[in-house]
Each structure stands twice: as structure tokens, then as C-alpha cells.
Design a protein around this ligand. Structure first.
Ligand code: ZN
Length: 537
């Protein structure tokens, strides 16, 4: 999410979410921090959406109501379809105010005059932005790649890009996701040819897993299947939803009878079946995982099946994907993945295309956007390699503010709040650092609860302390450890209460936590979360 501000008017570009990191157990995703907009809600003039991927639209249901439930949103037909469909899950919120825009649409919002232009990516209906501001034109590329032979889309319109450049570009904000990859991204046509080769070779079923948001890939698989007389089964909730939306809007086309229900899969011979499913990243609940684990209602893998992973592996998912691949191979299938042949092209421009974009736009100033810091830094260097002056390139992180005038670009000293806002179930932003740290401890070494009943009169423990534990040791097999711990607790309490009869309960709890913690650590080298419960009677 990016904000453009002129005097008192604020324009928002995209409102996406990101997935949590591995050390964030239970977090569904992370959404943009809008603390800066608090009290300024009425200054916001609109929200521009570049395309329908969740990292660009995913936070709308969580944030729009906090800004203005009726804020005008401008999105292409497909992005609007996906946004609106998702809003069904948030029915209490009422209807969003989404206006459809397309290549060439113009919108005026406060001091900003916006023109949308078509950009290639791996989802159709992706729009770049030319934003005319009182200081000059800002061009925002959206996620993009150059593809002269795309599938399901028109080729990149270079003459349009040149026309935009001819109006003079003050600032170019360009997608950095592919900035560390040499060369040019593959054309979708190359991917089609390679996929086709697999279909030709395969005598059994073809099971292709990809992202549900890769609408163009799904179309490729459908087209090739039709060519080979195969019926298509779409598996996975998000995949089915996206195919339905795209089909209704005409972005995915297939012949009558191509698509069949998975319960009918047994009616067709293997060589006439293609399954397109979710789960190429090894996601636990996705279709491919359920198929591999023999948990799928209708599909079991068998000899002769060709399983295609038509996506790259997102960093962090390598192990899960490896385990999944092994499990699939154990079932005597043939597996194809992107390292073996080009059956996946990323949706993002690589170094040569990024150079080309900067060379076409010839901006006064350049700001890399999207991707990790290393990718933006690499993109900054790419800009310099095509002749941009280092001082005209700014690489910034979340929360930083860039001041732009007709003649200067500067990173301001002031930063705006950008700490993570985490979503967990219905809770938005209520899981903070402390809750997260507790979850990490619980996930690592479990918990250990000690319940001590203490006699107020004598200051002594009544009976033996109770111990409850989860995820630390198996209690039934750890009697010795538990007995010793109980003795320790009795000792700690009698020492702490002494003979005066004045009892500091908080101190006793701390003592139990610390001393039992140390004791358990020396015995097990583990640090469970210790929860002392002291009850006075
Ligand atoms: Zn995208």
C-alpha cells in the first residue's frame, strides 16, 4: 500500500496483505499499518487497485471500513470481480463502492489526475498508473513483465509506454520482484510449448498444480487439455472460485463440456483427464497435499499419472514442497517441476526488462517498489546501470516518507508507523509482540502449569502441588521429574513464606517460575513456559 499526498489530499494505491513469516505461529497474514491515516480519513480521495492479486487487494475488507466504507475504489473488471467475491465472506460490511476502469480510463481525484494503462503480468486485466500531480507525472508500473507473445492477453504495448514517456515522467515507481534475476522473463508461449510436450508424452492423467491466482496458466492448461481431448477437473476452493469469476467475465474460456465435476472422474479414461489444482507450494489443506496423502475424496495417485508443479517455490516453502514431491513419487507417478523444464514463468520483469522500462520512461527520479529490500536495492543499481544519477534514485522501506518536488527527491527524517499489523481469525492487530513471543515459546518447548494450594494461616502448601503440562514431556513417563519438581515447589514456598506469616504472592510466583524453570532446564535442556497458579485457602 502506497500513499500519495498533496497538501491535504491523500490518494491510496493498492491495499494488499503479505503472508506471515515462519516465526509467527497462528498468524493468517499481515496487513498495512494505517495509523498515519487516523484522524485524516476524510482527506482520502480514493483507492486505486492495480490488479487482482491478494498482495494488492487482500487487506481491503480489514481496512476500508476504518478509512471510509464508501471510499471510491477503482479497479479493472477482473480485480473488481475478485474483490467483490471476497467481500461475500465479510457480509456484515455492506457493499463496496468499486468503479470499473480499463486501459485508457481517466479519473480525477482531488489534485490527482489518473490514467490507467495495460501491463502484462500473470493475471489478466493488470493496470499501470500515470498519475498527474501538481509537481509532475508519476508512473506506477504495477507488477509487470514484458511479453510479446503472451497467452490469454495482448502483447505489451510499447508505443503506449513511449507515449506516456513523451509527457515527461517525474518519478517512476517500478516493480522490483524480478530485479535479482538475469535476462528476460520467459514468454508464456514458451511455457505453453513445454506444457504441451508433457501432455503429449503422458499416457495417463495429467495433474497440474499451480497458484489459483495464475489465471493465465489455468487458461493454458485448459486450452492444451482441449487440444488433447482431455476433460478438466478444477480442484480446490480458491481455484474454483477464481475460475468461475474469470469465466463469467470472459477471462477464461473453455468449450462446452470441457469442465466436469470431480465426482465424475471415474467415468473417463485416464488419458482423457486433466486435474488442475491448488497446492504447488505444499500448502497443508490444498488439493495436491490431500491427493498425495490419499485424503482426497475422489482422486488417488497411481502409476502413469504425470504431476506438474507449475510454479516456482516461494522461499520458505522448499522443505514442504520437497516432502510433498517425495510422497507423490512414492506412488509411482512422474513429476515435472520448474527446475527440470520451463513450465513456469514468473509474472515479473527481470533485469533486461527493468532496464528497458527505465530507458523508455527516462524518469527524472526513480523509486523501486515491491519485493524484498535486496530486490529493491538491486533495482536501484539497475537504474544506475542505465545512466541514472545515484542521487536521483531512492530506495526506501515501509514507513519512510519521500518528498518530491519538480526538481528534487528526498527521503524525509520523519517516519510514519509501519510496525506489523497481524490478522489472526477475527482479530486485527490484537496479536502483538508479546502474544507472538508466547506462541513461539509454546511452539518450541510447550507449557508447564504448577498449581499450589497454600494455607494462609501457616504459609505452607496443602497436599502436593498439581502439575499439568503440554508439549513439554510426556507426563506419564516423567514421574521422577515431576516428583522432584513438586518437592522443589514445596521448598520454595516454605522458604519464601518463612515464619512471619506475611506472604508476598507475586514473589512466590516469580520464585516458582524462575527456580522450576532452571531446574527443568538442567534436567531437560528445554525451556517450557511455566505458569504458576497459587491458590490461598
Ligand atoms: Zn501480482
Amino acid at each position: 500500500m502506497t500513499l500519495l499526498e498533496w497538501q491535504n489530499k491523500i490518494l491510496i494505491i493498492d491495499m494488499g496483505f503479505r503472508f506471515p513469516e515462519e516465526d509467527m505461529p497462528g498468524i493468517d497474514f499481515i496487513i498495512p499499518n494505517i495509523a498515519y491515516l487516523k484522524g485524516r480519513e476524510k482527506d482520502v480521495v480514493g483507492l486505486l487497485i492495480t490488479h487482482g492479486h491478494y498482495d494488492h487487494i487482500g487487506a481491503i475488507p480489514y481496512l476500508i471500513g476504518k478509512i471510509d466504507p464508501k471510499l471510491p475504489i477503482y479497479a479493472s473488471a477482473l480485480a473488481k470481480g475478485i474483490i467483490t467475491k471476497r467481500q461475500d465472506d465479510f457480509s456484515q460490511q455492506g457493499k463496496l463502492n468499486v468503479e470499473t476502469v480499463k486501459n485508457g480510463s481517466r479519473v480525477e481525484l482531488g489534485p490527482f489526475k489518473i490514467e490507467f494503462f495495460r501491463q502484462n503480468h500473470n493475471i489478466p486485466d493488470n493496470l499501470g498508473l500515470v498519475i498527474n500531480t501538481p509537481v509532475g507525472n508519476i508512473v506506477h508500473t504495477s507488477d509487470f513483465k514484458f511479453d510479446e507473445t503472451p497467452v490469454n492477453d495482448l502483447p505489451t504495448d510499447f508505443s503506449k509506454l513511449k507515449e506516456i514517456a513523451s509527457r515527461r515522467v517525474l518519478l517512476l515507481m517500478a516493480d522490483s520482484t524480478g530485479a535479482e534475476n538475469e535476462g528476460h522473463s520467459l514468454s508464456e508461449q514458451t511455457i505453453s510449448a513445454n506444457l504441451e510436450e508433457i501432455f503429449q508424452k503422458s499416457k495417463g492423467r495429467v495433474i497440474a498444480a499451480t497458484f489459483s491466482s495464475l489465471i493465465n496458466r489455468v487458461q493454458q492448461l485448459i486450452t492444451i487439455s482441449e487440444k488433447h481431448g482431455r476433460r478438466v477437473f478444477i480442484e480446490g476452493f480458491s481455484m474454483r472460485t477464481n475460475v468461475e469469476i474469470s469465466r463469467n467475465l470472459g477471462y477464461i474460456k473453455f468449450k462446452k463440456g470441457t469442465l466436469v465435476q470431480s465426482k465424475d472422474i471415474a467415468k473417463y479414461p485416464d488419458e482423457k483427464i486433466t486435474v488442475i489444482c491448488t497446492g504447488a507450494q505444499g500448502e497443508g489443506q490444498a488439493s495436491l497435499m490431500r491427493i498425495a496423502n490419499r485424503e482426497h475424496q475422489f482422486i488417488r495417485l497411481k502409476k502413469g499419472d504425470a504431476v506438474i508443479f507449475s510454479s516456482s517455490v516461494i522461499p520458505g516453502n522448499e522443505k514442504t514442497v520437497q516432502v510433498l514431491k517425495d510422497e507423490i513419487l512414492r506412488q509411482k507417478t512422474t513429476v515435472y517441476h520448474y527446475k527440470m523444464m520451463d513450465i513456469h514463468a514468473g509474472g515479473h520483469a527481470q533485469i533486461e526488462e527493468l532496464k528497458q522500462m527505465i530507458s523508455i520512461m527516462k524518469p527524472d527520479f526513480f523509486m523501486p517498489i515491491h519485493g524484498q529490500y535486496s530486490m529493491m536495492a538491486a533495482h536501484g543499481e539497475i537504474a544506475e546501470s542505465v545512466g541514472m544519477n545515484e542521487k536521483n534514485v531512492v530506495v526506501v522501506e515501509n514507513g519512510q516518507v519521500v518528498a518530491l518536488t519538480r526538481k528534487t527527491i528526498e527521503i524525509e527524517k520523519e517516519v510514519i508507523p509501519s510496525y506489523y499489523v497481524m490478522v489472526d481469525g477475527l482479530g486485527i492487530g490484537d496479536v502483538g509482540e508479546i502474544v507472538l513471543r508466547d506462541r513461539q515459546t509454546l511452539a518450541k518447548d510447550g507449557m508447564f502449569v504448577i498449581i499450589a494450594v497454600i494455607d494462609r494461616q501457616t504459609g505452607k502448601i496443602k497436599g502436593s502441588p498439581d502439575i499439568i503440562s503440554r508439549g513439554f514431556v510426556y507426563l506419564r513417563e516423567s514421574q521422577e521429574l515431576l516428583d522432584q519438581t513438586r518437592k522443589k515447589v514445596i521448598g520454595i514456598v516454605s522458604q519464601a513464606t518463612g515464619s512471619e506469616g506475611i506472604v508476598n504472592w507475586a514473589y512466590i510466583k516469580d520464585e516458582i517460575r524462575n527456580k522450576v524453570g532452571q531446574y527443568l532446564y538442567t534436567k531437560t535442556q528445554r525451556r517450557p513456559m511455566i505458569l504458576p497458579v497459587v491458590i490461598e485457602v
